[in-house]
Write a protein that binds this ligand. Structure first.
Ligand code: NAD
Length: 497
């Protein structure tokens, strides 16, 4: 029996409206009369509709951002005043935690409890963290030698990069938008934010809260719509100075292509196929549930999901059996049912894609130990938590990002083999190492090719912890000072005295 919560009056009112675009401080309809249906993936039902921006709308949004940037009400505000506005926005996000949690759960199928209690406070924390940076964006003074005896005063300035397009995916719409919006605003940029066409709901509420917090009109613009139309238009736009993108590696490559016209700056958080490596000296009480959570959290729709599991030979059977047991007892259903542990995949197409990958692995000779099928007993796009072994390392199931609750496993003998297998991929986003041996942990962390390595844990984010990928998992980092600097340019000034 499901115990899905009733939808609040406030959310019902929002769902009854067609979601608009935010351009130059106004909530507007698109120039395209067609709306897009927005689905609740837990029920497979349409819950609301959204206007879809055209290239012309994207252009209007960029013009509004450019005007606000050039006129400067935001970038010329004192750093302390800018910080206070961002802090106010964080407070407003927390005040609206229940609304944001409910809308995000309806839109994504994720656990409403987790969103309200963890993701919303994390989004608020993101604005507080970058509010703190506003007053610490600094240049340096330089001593130069090339001018002989002439005296110079030489210094650098850190300036906002300009108009930034922020393009985000559907797997964590509020947090992903916050991770880009907060550093961009802290740096003094004006932005056009494009959420995924599948999940527009919390982005609009975030836009309303940004206005309420005091961010001037035209500084934050929001356009909804198809990535290949609106996202592409922003990435190619000659008046956009920077694109900050989170999404798939395939689309990341398209953005690089589109961005070359005006050589805009590009930062990218892309796909991953993160290895979880468990040694025979690990604390299995932690490693087994840790490895299961690494792949089954948010039904595997997490960029840092631990989708490749390597277990040292002597403990292979014990670890795999432990994860299979967890998979068997995981309760599937709507993220709005408090008892549910794993929600749906985002769409019917994605469900089909994930299922197809598992069928392909079976055809390649891999063995499905548990799961492997869509759950047809109830509505929504539910896919069983799945563990696959007898996997050859060159198989697609071991090499391609599935973005579903599908774990590919194999064993290894020693440290050298673990590193070789862990690095045998085109991705390099994250990794986790499970061992009680401190030297081994540090050596593995140094040798593994990843932007972020966890030891005896997996998937712990923090605003102070830079997160991003090497190899084909991206360019640049989110969070920490590095995220802020990506929205700035250095200007050098040499004054002959
Ligand atoms: P996606 O690449 O299909 O889409 C991401 C965003 O890009 C969406 O807003 C989409 O509309 C837009 N887009 C699509 N085509 C575009 C184009 N040609 N030009 C410009 N924009 C375009 O990804 P998704 O399916 O929404 O999300 C899943 C992917 O995101 C996975 O590969 C996952 O690993 C990745 N992801 C990475 C991170 C990270 O931090 N590394 C975090 C979350 C998700």
């Amino acid at each position: 029996m499901t115990r899905t919560r009733a939808i609040s009056a406030a959310s019902q009112q929002r769902l009854a409206e067609t979601h608009r675009l935010l351009i130059d401080g106004e909530w507007v309809e698109s120039s395209d009369p067609e709306h897009r249906d927005i689905f609740d993936p837990s029920a497979g039902e349409v819950i609301t509709t959204c206007w879809q921006a055209t290239e012309d709308d994207a252009d209007l949004a960029v013009k509004a951002a450019r005007r606000s940037f050039e006129e400067g009400p935001w970038r010329q505000m004192t750093p302390a005043a800018r910080a206070r506005v961002l802090w106010r926005l964080a407070d407003l996000i927390e005040e609206h935690a229940a609304d944001l949690g409910e809308l995000e759960a309806l839109d994504t199928g994720k656990s409403q409890q987790n969103i309200t209690n963890d993701e919303v406070p994390f989004a608020a924390e993101c604005f507080r963290y970058f509010a703190g940076w506003c007053t610490k964006i600094e240049g340096t003074t330089k001593q130069i030698s090339s001018a002989g005896d002439a005296r110079f005063h030489v210094y650098t300035l850190r300036e906002p990069v300009g108009v930034a397009a922020l393009i985000v995916p559907w797997n964590g719409p509020l947090v992903q938008a916050s991770w880009k919006l907060a550093p961009a605003l802290a740096a003094g940029c004006s932005v056009v934010l494009k959420p995924s066409e599948l999940t527009p709901l919390t982005t609009n509420l975030l836009g309303e809260l940004a206005s309420e917090a005091g961010i001037p009109e035209g500084v934050v613009n929001i356009v909804h719509g198809d990535g290949a139309v609106v996202g592409q238009a922003l990435a190619a736009h000659p008046d956009v100075d920077k694109v900050a993108f989170t999404g798939s590696t395939a689309v990341g490559k398209r953005i690089v292509e589109a961005a070359k016209g005006n050589l805009k700056k590009v930062s990218m958080e892309l796909g991953g196929k993160s290895p979880v490596i468990i040694f025979d000296d690990a604390d299995l009480q932690q490693a087994i549930p840790g490895a299961a959570a690494a792949i089954f959290a948010n039904a595997g729709q997490v960029c840092v999901a631990g989708s490749r599991l390597y277990v040292q030979q002597p403990i292979y059977q014990e670890v795999i059996q432990g994860i299979v047991d967890i998979a068997k007892r995981t309760r599937l259903g709507s993220g709005r049912d408090p008892k549910v542990e794993m929600g749906p995949l985002i769409s019917a197409e994605h469900l089909e894609r994930v299922h197809g990958r598992v069928e392909e692995a079976k055809a390649d000779g891999a063995n499905v130990l548990v799961g492997g099928k869509p759950l047809t007993k109830r509505p929504g796009y539910l896919f069983q938590p799945t563990v696959i072994d007898q996997v050859n390392h060159s198989m697609a199931i071991m090499q391609e990002e599935i973005f579903g609750p599908v774990l590919a496993t194999t064993s290894f003998y020693d440290d050298a083999q673990a590193i070789r297998l862990g690095n045998e991929t085109r991705y390099g986003l994250t990794a986790s190492i499970w061992t009680r041996d401190l030297s081994r942990a540090h050596k593995m962390a140094a040798d593994i090719q990843a932007g972020l390595v966890w030891v005896n844990c997996h998937g712990i984010p923090d605003m102070a912890l830079p997160c991003g990928g090497v190899k084909q998992s991206g360019w640049g980092r989110e969070n920490g000072e590095e995220a802020l600097l990506q929205f700035t340019e250095t200007k050098s000034v040499a004054v002959k005295l």
